[in-house]
Every structure is written in C-alpha cells, then in structure tokens.
Design a protein around this ligand. Structure first.
Ligand code: TGC
Ligand code: FAD
Length: 387
C-alpha cells in the first residue's frame, strides 16, 4: 500500500467537490508563482505586497462567497479552501482577503442600499477598490459595545468623531466601513478616503503580520450624507455578523499555516543527520511530528464540517468560535514546535515557521481573542454569559 499523504492523513480532500479541488489547485499555483517568491522580503520590509491584489482578484478570492454585483459567488467551502492556500504562504495575504471580503464587502452586501452595492462591490471584487473595517478601539477591542466613536445627525448629514485602532488595510483603503454609536444605537457608515477629517496612520514596529498593513483611523468631524449610512446595519449584531464570516475563513486559513510549518519540519528532520542518523529516525521527533499530524487532521475535519454547515445555511456563531479557537491554537502550537525542530536555522526568514508563528500571535488575538471564543462556547453550553 502507498504511504498516507502527510498533508492529508485522513483523505479529507476526497470529501471536497471537483470545483473546490480545482480552485485549491489554482490558488496554490497563483501563490507559488506570485506570493512565495516575495513574501519573506515583504515581511522583512514590513510591507503589504499590493502587487498580489490583481492575482487574488483574478482567482476569485475577493468577495469569493458573495453573490451578484460582480462577486464570484463560488460558495463557502470554496472560500475556505482558498483561505487555506493563501495562509499557507502568509496570514497577511489571507488577512487582506478576509477584511476585503468578509468584513468590508460583506457589510455592504448584507446591510447596504442598492446604490451602495452597485457602486462599491464590483470594484472591490475586481481589486480596484480596497476596503477596511473599523470596529475596534484603543480602549478594548473585545468589548465593541463600549465603543466611543460617535455619529451625530446634523440635518441630512452625519458627523463622525472618534478613532479606530488596529485596522487592517486602513492605510491602503479607498473605503472604510466604520461602526459608530448614534442616539439610536450602533450604526455603520461608509467613509471614503479623502473625506475631510478622516485620516489613517500606519502602525510601525509591528513584529507580527509584518506583510500586512495595519493603521489607526482618526475621525474628526467627518461629515457624510445619510446615503453613506448602511441602512440594514442596526445594532452591534451587524458588525458581529461580519465577524462570523471572517472567523469562518480564519478557521480554514490557520490549517494552511500549520501545514506549511509541518511540511517544513518534516522535510528538515528527514534530511538532517545527527548522532549518525536522520533526526526523523528518533522517537521524540517522530512523536512531535505525529502530534502535529494529529492536530492538523482534526483541524482539517473541523474546517470542512464548518463549510458543510455554512453551505447548508446551518452554521451557528458558537460553532465558528469553537473552530476559530481550535484551529488557530493548533496552528500556533505547530508553528512554534516546527520552529524549534529547525534549531538555529529556524530563527531567520529562510524558513517559514517563525514567520507563521509571529503572524499567528495576531491571528489568535484578532477576530475575537482565544478567551473570547472560549467564553462564547461556554455561554452556549451553560446559558450564562461570563463577559
Ligand atoms: P451580545 O449581547 O452577545 O450581542 C449583541 C448583539 O449581537 C448579536 N450577536 C451576534 N450576531 C451575529 N453574530 C455573532 N457572532 C453575534 N454575537 C452576538 C446578539 O444576538 C445581540 O443582538 P441583539 O439583536 O439581541 O442586540 O454582545 P456582548 O456585548 O455581550 O459581546 C459579546 C462578544 C464578547 C462575544 C462580542 O462583543 C465579541 O465577539 N467580541 C470580540 C470582538 C471582535 O472579535 N472584534 C474583531 C474586530 S475585527 C478584526 O479583528 C479584524 S482582523 C481581520 C484580519 O486582518 O483578518
Ligand atoms: P483587549 O480586548 O483589551 O483584551 C486584552 C486581554 O484580555 C486579552 O487576552 C483578552 O482575551 C482578555 N479578555 C478580554 N475580555 C475578557 C474577559 N471577559 N475575561 C477574561 N479575559 C478577557 N479590529 C478591527 O476592527 N478591524 C481590523 O481590521 C482589525 N485588524 C487587526 C489587525 C491586527 C494585526 C491586530 C493585532 C488586531 C486587529 N484588530 C482589528 C483588532 C482586534 O480585533 C483586537 O485586537 C481584538 O479584538 C482584541 O482587542 P484588544 O487588542 O483591545 O484586547
């Protein structure tokens, strides 16, 4: 019998449709040709490789699982497998796509007016317009209900004041989706770059997600018309609804990062000879590799099940929390262990595991910290909110 595929120990691939398999293959080819050659350097230079955006758009990654308005409408499992291939290269690339697709475009798709959808979704799907999503604030991202950014009615307009912190794509974005407190509760607004009083300051000296652009948004008396308000976004449930979409993609993406680290460790320990035999011939190294394979296989099944539930329209937020928590924790542990197996060589950018591990320190924090997801699951189990 042939040996099992280390990257797909449980043959999860055979559970995907032909359409998803072909997309995964295309995504891998695009990443191998366009992203892998530039990513370590982009990470080193603390630069988002914007030159990748046309390739991501051509792949159908932008607005992947959204229907109509020029969006690819490829389905949720398809979106998942694409996220996995992107994050196998770097979480920053999946992050760009998550924010564009699941946070900015989804906000407009789910809560926007017909005019807003027609105006923004086609260029966003084509990568000509970049979006960002401003929810978190400096004083506590886990508790968005406590946001201080306000939107006040002035005649036919709204005036926004406040700031948003840690905003992916903030400095690149032509359009910011900003959630703010009004007298009627939390509402969403579209703020275009260049609007007087709106600014984006790139955050420097990040040691995680260095190939992603992160910014602080400032809003000082930013005046937008009523037509820039998302009419369907009423209350905190609106931005939290977007987070479900992005967290779903992360649960898939994290598996990709883990696979890349695992593959690197497997190859390295097979080739490196110490004490007269390959490292992979020792018991403790085999145990560590087997542990990685076990955890990755579990994560693959979890992601696939999430996709099935989402495609069937039955996915619940607490299920997404469980998967985001499990798969990002799994990937971070695998990345750290793979880094260690590489010895000193593991600390520079010639190998990917340290870069993945540093990235995953953000991934485990954003889109709900690990603790937030544990507490969401705890609330579902017990009926008591511990927040
Ligand atoms: P709570 O009382 O639970 O809920 C308020 C309203 O929201 C509804 N809701 C949800 N709706 C859809 N999906 C969900 N997951 C939802 N969770 C709650 C809920 O039904 C309620 O609706 P209504 O109509 O009854 O008012 O709210 P809470 O204040 O107790 O907070 C709950 C908690 C802690 C789970 C929530 O605040 C939370 O998820 N906090 C974490 C915040 C977070 O994840 N921020 C992420 C910001 S974006 C980001 O990080 C992008 S990184 C992107 C990248 O680069 O990839
Ligand atoms: P805090 O909420 O202050 O949490 C601090 C610690 O307290 C954490 O360990 C947390 O788990 C713990 N904690 C919180 N509540 C509880 C509790 N009830 N019980 C026990 N422990 C608790 N936000 C956006 O809106 N848009 C973006 O595009 C975006 N991009 C990001 C990109 C990066 C690289 C990063 C790092 C963050 C980004 N964020 C974005 C912000 C992100 O969502 C927040 O960082 C996250 O929600 C956590 O908020 P915080 O950092 O303020 O930590």
């Amino acid at each position: 019998m042939n040996p099992l595929d280390p990257n797909d120990f449980l043959d999860v691939r055979s559970l995907l449709g032909q359409h998803e398999l072909e997309l995964a293959q295309r995504a891998r080819r695009v990443m191998d040709e366009q992203a892998r050659p530039v990513i370590a350097r982009a990470f080193d230079e603390h630069r988002f490789p914007r030159e990748l955006v046309p390739g991501l758009a051509a792949l159908g990654a932008l607005g992947c699982n959204l229907e109509g308005y020029g969006c690819p409408g490829l389905g949720h499992t398809a979106y998942g497998v694409i996220c996995q291939e992107l994050e196998a290269v770097d979480s920053a690339i999946r992050s760009f796509v998550s924010v564009q697709t699941s946070l900015a475009m989804y906000s407009i798709h789910a809560y926007g007016s017909e005019e807003q959808k027609q105006r923004w979704l086609p260029p966003m799907a084509g990568g000509e317009a970049v979006g960002c999503f401003g929810l978190s604030e400096r004083h506590g991202g886990s508790d968005p209900a406590a946001m201080r950014t306000t939107a006040k009615r002035h005649g036919d307009d709204w005036v926004l004041d406040g700031s948003k912190m840690w905003i992916t794509n903030g400095s690149l974005a032509e359009l910011a989706v900003v959630y703010a407190r009004t007298e009627q509760g939390i509402r969403g607004f579209l703020v275009e770059r260049g609007t007087p009083g709106y600014g984006a300051r790139t955050l420097e000296r990040k040691y995680s997600l260095r190939a992603s652009s992160t910014a602080e948004l400032t809003l000082e008396g930013v005046r937008v018309p009523e037509a820039a308000r998302l009419p369907g976004a009423e209350g905190l449930g609106a931005p939290l609804g977007c987070l479900n979409q992005a967290r779903y993609g992360i649960a898939w993406g994290a598996v990709g990062a883990a696979l890349d680290c695992f593959g690197t460790a497997l190859e390295f320990t097979r080739g490196r000879k110490l004490f007269g035999r390959p490292l992979a011939h020792t018991q403790t190294v085999q145990r560590r590799l087997a542990e990685m394979a076990r955890r990755i296989a579990t994560g693959q099944l979890l992601a696939l099940r999430l996709g099935q539930l989402k495609d069937a329209g039955r996915l619940r937020p607490a299920q997404v929390s469980l998967a985001k928590w499990n798969n990002v924790r799994m990937a971070l542990d695998v990345a750290r262990d793979a880094r260690d197996l590489l010895g000193a060589g593991g600390i520079n950018l010639d190998h990917s595991p340290l870069r993945h591990a540093m990235n995953l320190e953000s991934v485990i924090t954003y889109e709900g910290t690990e603790t937030v997801h544990e507490l969401v699951v705890g609330r579902e189990l017990t009926g008591f909110s511990a927040f």
